[in-house]
Design a protein around this ligand. Structure first.
Ligand code: MN
Length: 262
């Protein structure tokens, strides 16, 4: 009887080990950046759902200025998504505010720039979306157009009037880039909800997609670990349209590789 119990205990322990390790392998933890509004920590459900659809396990990294807490999160997570939002303070890229600069949230800028610098230094894969790609570029030493209509000649409309899963303007994708691998080399219609954009690309990064008026719509790092898009792939993915799902699946794949090396 004692022997039988021991065998059961051993089997149970083995099963638990197998289940927990395969779960960890299948679900890399993707930290989603957040903001604070009306006394609540917020991160859009469309981003969270896109991580789920791509096979990742989403966790929200609450806005904080504590570097200790950010370090603690970075020790636990395997990948990061930087979500959309307000304008970035031009002081971070050595410019004075344009008359057409929109709302700036200093606490959010500070939190996310610390998060990006530490994550990149650690080699954690990172995807920036809209404000996310802009702040990634700024944190890595690049600059921004503060307001497209007042700074660019003959711009197209980058603040569309249409649903989140509607592609209102096309982008040209650089051959041989990560974006080409994920979306193909043909022009593709993307949604557009921005008036700021990447201007000078940060050292170590390159442009991988542009709109027809020259506005930068995607960048990636030369080491391939961080990349970003000016459009909102989560607007499509969360509605069930899989065209842009590979953008999230790639992050989850990089995150799984990172997790395996930890
Ligand atoms: Mn656009």
């Amino acid at each position: 009887m004692k022997r039988t119990l021991n065998i059961f205990a051993l089997l149970a322990a083995l099963t638990l080990c197998t289940v927990s390790s395969s779960y960890a392998q299948k679900k890399p933890i993707i930290g989603v950046s957040s903001f604070v509004e009306s006394g609540s920590v917020r991160a859009g459900t469309t981003y969270i759902n896109s991580v789920r659809r791509a096979g990742g396990l989403p966790v929200v990294i609450p806005l904080t200025k504590s570097e200790e807490e950010i370090d603690a999160y970075l020790n636990q997570i395997d990948g990061i998504i930087l979500i959309g939002g307000e304008d970035i303070s031009p002081l971070y890229f050595g410019a004075e505010p344009s008359l057409y600069l929109g709302e700036v949230v200093p606490d959010r800028d500070e939190y996310v720039i610390i998060l990006i610098k530490k994550a990149v230094a650690k080699g954690i894969p990172l995807l920036g979306i809209c404000r996310g790609v802009q702040v990634l570029n700024v944190a890595m030493g690049g600059t921004l157009i503060q307001d497209i209509p007042s700074e660019i000649q003959n711009p197209i409309q980058h603040r569309q009037n249409g649903p989140r899963n509607y592609g209102s303007h096309t982008i040209k994708i650089e051959k041989g880039s990560l974006m080409a691998k994920l979306l193909g080399e043909k022009d593709v219609a993307v949604n557009s909800f921005h008036h700021q954009a990447v201007k000078d690309v940060a050292p170590g990064y390159k442009v991988t997609a542009t709109a027809k008026d020259g506005i930068i719509e995607a960048i990636e790092s030369q080491d391939g670990k961080s990349y970003g898009v000016q459009f909102h792939p989560e607007g499509f993915v969360s509605s069930g349209d899989k065209t842009f799902l590979p953008i999230f699946q790639h992050l989850v794949k990089l995150a799984a590789e990172y997790a395996a090396k930890k």
